[in-house]
Design a protein around this ligand. Sequence first.
Ligand code: ZN
Length: 368
Amino acid sequence: MRRCLACLLGLAAVVSVQPQQTVKYGVKVQPGPMDAVLLKDYRPESSLVVPETRVEKARFPVIDVHTHTFMNEIRTAADVDQWVRVMDEVGVEKSIVLTGAIGEEFARQVELYLKRYPHRFQLWCSIVTRDIEAPDYPERVVRELERCYRMGARGVGELTDKGFGLQEETRPPGKRLHLDDPRLDPLWRKCAELKLPVNLHVADHPSCWRPLGPTQERTPDFQHFNVYGKDGLSYEELLARRDRLLARHPQTTFILCHLSNQGNDLASLARALDRFPNLFVDISARDYELGRQPRFARRFLENYSDRVLFGTDMGRETHMYRMWWRLLETPDEYMPGRIWWRYYGLELSGETLEKLYRGNALRILNWN
Ligand SMILES: [Zn+2]
């Protein structure tokens, strides 16, 4: 042991006299101004000159199955009018608003959207998550669902479990309401009975369960989503609970948003789709997963063209929608993207695009 320590000390002495030259990619690394650039500020500008296609309007009238009032900062009737103008400009026929609301707030949003634009919007409601220990909870959650349905709700969601249950981190482990909790079984049965599809956000991008540090995959701008070392469920456990829920309620239609957070591994998502006929996914906010693997993603979207729906979840600006059209419809390369990743166009076939943009939504959503 003592000898080994001497070895180490000796080595340290050599290093201090003659620092080792780092060679990366065959080039000797030398100090310079780039050493002072913080990771979060790094935004290289591309010199690549390649064809750029502008797609003003989507090729088919689009049904966007994943939008939010809070995210789109819609407060007034004028805000809704403005959004409808944007939808017209880019070719979105209908937007599904996942209100996150029940009770009074849901009624307010019904008034805001459906009174003037009954054919441009569809509203989905949330669920009761208060007093879940009370014996009447399963009955209460169904009663409020029926009330929202009568007011116009045509789906449920987005309901989110990133490992901490439906109430996020406000409750300790063991006291949390996860999606496969038996207390929610009557709710899922009622959804099937009323033909209300359910939008679920299960887990999150898998990089959230990896440490923040030099090997972290996504941008530092997303570090607040990280759950590494927290007391929630693991990514794998969350997907296992999703599977139990899907198996237990085969009559209920579940749309797992963000490619069920398996966009990084489309082969495993394909296996889940094969197993559960009541499972559908939306592609909202996973532009970066599709755009970084355009050939595999296109094959996936074409093979599962009856199971995937279009959604955005990303605001309501014209350039946001047009980024999607360019990604899905064109063969453009190295287009600017998020998470630092550049995208490659998928050039989807007309048949797949039509199903993704509207056909599947027309088939599985509730339009009564
Ligand atoms: Zn969302």
